[in-house]
Design a protein around this ligand. Sequence first.
Ligand code: HEC
Length: 107
Amino acid sequence: MRKIVTFAVAVTAMASMMVGSAVSAADGAALFKAKTCWSCHGKDAKTPLMPFYPSLAGQNADYMYNQMVDIKSGARSNGQTAAMKGVMGLVNEAEMRTLADWLATLN
Ligand code: HEC
């Protein structure tokens, strides 16, 4: 019995590790499409819908992550953030991290 429990725990741990890495590799690119980010920031993340919307490609990852967290929470509410805030309900912190890391790799 004890062996079975240990085995089950090991399998569960492995499965969650696999899911974890699949999500982070999976892709900022897929999230960027699925969560509608591209509609305002542009498919290449540097051709925004409006000239005064920010270009994200190649921006610093930690900076972008922090801005998303702050726009979502309302801590940042200047400029055009109202346009973006509604969308932030679609992403959790792990997804924001994945998006920020992926966006930073673009140029
Ligand atoms: C409805 C339009 C819209 C959508 C959809 C949208 N954004 Fe934004 N986003 C904006 C605007 C506008 C700003 C700039 C706000 C301001 O003027 O302060 C912004 C700001 C940002 C910033 C901060 C940039 C900086 O230089 O400070 C990041 C990062 C960002 N968006 C990422 C995303 C991601 C990732 C998604 C998808 C989950 C997304 N946005 C979806 C409109 C949008």
